[in-house]
Design a protein around this ligand. Structure first.
Ligand SMILES: CC(=O)N[C@H]1[C@@H](OP(=O)(O)O)O[C@H](CO)[C@@H](O)[C@@H]1O
Ligand SMILES: [Mg+2]
Length: 562
């Protein structure tokens, strides 16, 4: 073992941390999945402590760049908790480190943990024992187990000698991603800086609303479901500083309501009924809903006080709205120059997953855009979006953002200053400024309900659109999602961005057979990355047909996988 030697102090520190948080005797296995590790909060101590070790080593590997740890279980019930590692660019942990994170979380005892760390450090050429610097920024949501798990994470970070843990407090998940990214880019990175950037760029977009649109300005009353979580609390804190909107927060997290219980973006999007905390006074108004850690956003409208149904605007329609807005700005800028070249040639990428409603994909294709599909999970969507000058992605559940490449932003900056000297106030100048403000407003690290909502509001004002105008972009195809409990969900192997099954043999043929009986039928199955279930999604021309297609396919899955 000599070559694996780390100083005795380093070994002792790792063993001590692992001993403080021994894994549960039932040997529950953790898998990093689509969203980090999640389980019942009280059982998360060991996994969170070990995630702290991973984050500290990741920072050490990256020469001491800040890395983040967020303690949250997002939209899951309040008794659950979880942990996600934020990489130095502000995105999700690099996928090639996930196997190490899994191995560490599942190490059966302190000695095994020590050996895994030493071997990994050797393979990755990370010098242990304090001969490196490392810093980890930590945040948590409002869950009651958060404080205990924060302590576990800090102990994990500190078990890597030389690593510094910085508690950033109770934050939304996207705030911490933003901070990590900003810090490593040498930009201002405090919470106050985050709020100023969001508030200022939103104001700037409102100032750029064409004057004729202001006349028939849309209703400025906006009601927000904070899921009784951190997003509601933060919005309460800053709503008075947000210009042009009359914001009312329900389920703000200050009252008695329980986190995510019958409220929040996941509930609203899946159940399509009025969340708790809303009353007759909210009927007919534009409502937004955040999830428990405020990285998902959907909109809805309550139809009538005698009806629990809502009109839902999901992530797909938010994406479509943003696409129209961005394309319009690009079209304005791209009047051809005198040599017939486009002023600002732009590679614009639109990315969805298989869960995107088929009507949204048709809408995007009909307006001449190509849509790229990736597997479920932000890490895949985000990676694809980074390939473009402007890359936009949204999951149907409301997680998404718009990414602007550094190169494109600097092109926009020079273009705006060129316009401001040659053609100040021209429509081209204004369009370029709108895009710049958009790149400032919308979170460049991860989906962000707060800044996403403000972009929606700015775009609706820009277009002079009511909620109804937005709904009318296209009509969602009826869809149904089911969960099937099976022995081993990972015996399902998929391909083609999870839209087809390649194992077990014969299952895809059965699914195809079912689909062929339905008009506008579409259906796929995949193992969930966050729950021990196989998910079934079906779409068809009526609710009944979508239900029946989903049920029939679920029965095949149940029969074949047991
Ligand atoms: C159908 C669905 O909504 N799946 C969600 C869910 O993943 P699953 O792998 O389906 O469990 O949680 C992920 C993390 O929040 C999110 O990215 C994804 O969209
Ligand atoms: Mg979330």
């Amino acid at each position: 073992m000599a070559e694996l030697a780390a100083g005795g102090d380093q070994r002792a520190a790792l063993l001590a941390a692992a001993t403080l948080f021994p894994p549960p005797p039932d040997g529950a296995r953790f898998s990093y999945g689509t969203a980090g590790f999640r389980a019942e909060g009280a059982a998360m101590g060991p996994a969170v402590c070990r995630a702290g070790v991973v984050a500290a080593l990741r920072s050490a590997k990256l020469g001491g760049a800040a890395v983040g740890v967020v303690i949250t279980a997002s939209h899951n019930p309040v008794r659950d908790n979880g942990v996600k590692i934020v990489d130095a660019d502000g995105g999700m942990l690099s996928q090639d480190w996930e196997p190490f994170a899994d191995a560490l979380a599942n190490a059966p005892n302190p000695d095994a943990l020590l050996q895994i760390v030493l071997q990994f450090a050797k393979d990755e050429d990370i010098k242990l024992g304090g001969s490196h610097s490392a810093q980890v920024l930590l945040a948590r949501d409002t869950r009651p187990t958060g404080e205990y798990l924060l302590d576990a994470a800090v102990k994990g970070v500190n078990a890597v000698i030389g690593a510094v843990a910085v508690d950033m407090g109770i934050l939304t998940t996207p705030q911490l991603h933003w901070m990590v990214r900003s810090k490593n880019k040498g930009l201002k990175s405090s919470e106050t800086d985050y709020f100023s950037q969001v508030i200022d760029s939103f104001r700037c977009l409102l100032e750029l609303v064409p004057k004729d649109k202001e006349a028939d300005a849309i209703n400025n009353r906006l009601i927000v479901d904070g899921a009784n979580g951190i997003g509601g609390l933060k919005l309460e804190e800053i709503k008075a500083k947000i210009s042009g909107l009359d914001i009312h927060v329900r389920n703000s997290g200050k009252g008695e309501g329980i986190l995510n219980e019958s409220c929040g973006a996941d509930f609203v999007q899946k159940e399509k009924v009025v969340p708790l905390g809303f009353g007759p006074e909210d009927v007919g108004f534009r409502c937004a809903s955040f999830d428990g850690d405020a990285d998902r956003l959907v909109y809805f409208r309550i139809v009538s006080s005698s009806d629990t149904r809502i009109d839902l605007v999901d992530g797909d329609k938010i994406l479509s709205l943003f696409v129209l807005f961005i394309r319009e700005q690009l079209d304005i800028i791209n009047g051809k120059d005198n040599k017939g070249n486009e002023v600002l040639p732009t590679r614009f990428g639109v990315i969805q997953t298989a869960y995107a409603n088929g009507a949204s994909t048709d809408f995007l294709k009909n307006i001449g855009l190509e849509v790229v599909f990736t597997p479920t999970g932000v890490k895949y969507l985000h990676k694809e979006a980074l390939k473009y000058d402007i890359g936009i992605y949204f999951e149907a559940n409301g997680h998404g953002t718009v990414l602007f490449s550094d190169h494109f932003v600097s092109q926009l900056e020079s273009l705006t200053s060129e316009f401001s000297s040659k053609a100040a106030g021209s429509s081209q100048h204004q369009a370029a400024m709108r895009l710049l403000a958009t790149s400032q407003l919308i979170n460049q690290a991860v989906g962000d309900a707060l800044s996403g909502m403000l972009l929606v509001e700015a775009v609706l004002q820009y277009k002079g659109w009511s909620f109804q105008n937005w709904c009318d972009l296209y009509t969602d195809l009826p869809s149904r999602q089911l969960k099937v409990k099976v022995q081993d969900r990972n015996s399902i192997v998929t391909t083609d961005a999870e839209r087809r099954v390649c194992q077990p043999n014969g299952l895809q043929e059965l699914i195809d057979g079912e689909i062929s009986n339905y008009s506008h039928g579409r259906c796929f199955v995949r193992p969930s990355g966050t729950e021990d279930v196989v998910r079934v999604y079906a779409e068809a021309s009526s609710e009944e047909a979508a239900d029946s297609l989903a049920k029939r396919v679920a029965q095949h899955v149940e029969r074949i996988l047991g």
